[in-house]
Design a protein around this ligand. Structure first.
Ligand code: NAD
Length: 256
């Protein structure tokens, strides 16, 4: 379905980003990976799916590095047809104690990076009259949780950016939508499980159950594969007129 298209997925060396990159590669898209940590394993996983893969290590908190990454993607594959703004970090603390450098980093990586990558990807998408911008927001783009001020502010911002990008391109073949996952068991969430286990003297299993119980009626994690399938839907022709939505996959979190 996506043969001949190129997808750039930020923060795709791990977790949700890697899951979405694999789902798009399974549909034939060439992939540009980005992110920290092990970069060789993820590249091998994508190339095993029979598509071309490239990697750029841009730090998504830095506009100049994002610009270099977008240029690298265009030079390598012609243009970016599908942009998945996924890179993100978390830090938890009450507002009055929230470290300023953590606030700045979360706003830069979770929100401003999506603006920079989007503004740089749009001209080529508009020229070819086809493009898909998928912003991995969060359920925290729709509701708040204590101790997550920067994250919730950034994710609400991502949902706003999604709507405006969708509206500005509404008469074209370029769509922009957000995905709002509830809990997904990735390193980002495992850190929160570990903190809960430590604070409360619980086993990993008990802390995981408590984390789910607090927010997610299904008592199940959403998986990167399920989120990848939603991204594929947005890229399909059935998604041609899906514009500016913030689509939750949250086990009933926001139905309460
Ligand atoms: P993760 O920690 O597994 O992956 C994060 C990715 O971002 C990694 O590839 C990491 O290397 C990359 N990254 C971090 N800082 C970066 C930077 N400065 N520059 C470039 N890359 C950077 O986390 P995840 O859970 O897969 O999170 C992915 C996205 O999904 C995030 O935006 C997160 O907010 C969102 N999300 C996660 C959950 C969840 O429950 N895990 C729920 C809702 C939304």
């Amino acid at each position: 379905m996506l043969k001949g298209k190129t997808a750039l997925v930020t923060g795709s060396t791990s977790g949700i980003g890697l899951g979405i990159a694999k789902a798009l590669a399974e549909q034939g898209a060439n992939i540009v990976l980005n992110g920290f940590g092990d970069t060789v394993g993820p590249q091998a996983e994508i190339s095993a799916l029979g598509v071309k893969v490239a990697y750029h290590g841009a730090d998504m908190s830095k506009a100049a590095e994002i610009e270099a990454m977008m240029k690298f993607a265009a030079d390598t594959f012609g243009q970016v047809d599908i942009l998945v703004n996924n890179a993100g970090i978390q830090h938890v603390a009450p507002v009055q104690d929230f470290p300023i450098e953590k606030w700045d980093a979360i706003i830069a990586i979770n929100l401003s990076s999506a603006f920079h990558a989007t503004r740089l990807a749009l001209p080529a998408m508009q020229k070819s009259n086809w493009g898909r911008i998928i912003n991995v927001a969060s359920i925290h783009g729709l509701v708040g949780s204590a101790d997550k001020s920067a994250y919730v502010a950034a994710k609400h911002g991502v949902v706003g950016l999604t709507k405006v990008t969708a509206l500005e391109n509404a008469t074209t073949g370029v769509t922009c939508n957000a995905i709002c996952p509830g809990w997904v068991l990735t390193p980002l969430v495992q850190k929160q499980v570990d903190a809960k286990a430590l604070d409360m003297g619980l086993s990993n299993e008990a802390a995981t159950k408590l984390l789910l119980q607090e927010k997610e009626p299904s008592m199940q994690f959403t998986t990167p594969e399920e989120l990848g399938a939603l991204a594929v839907f947005f890229c399909s022709s059935a998604g041609n007129n899906v514009r500016g939505v913030a689509w939750n996959m949250d086990g009933g979190w926001t139905a309460q």
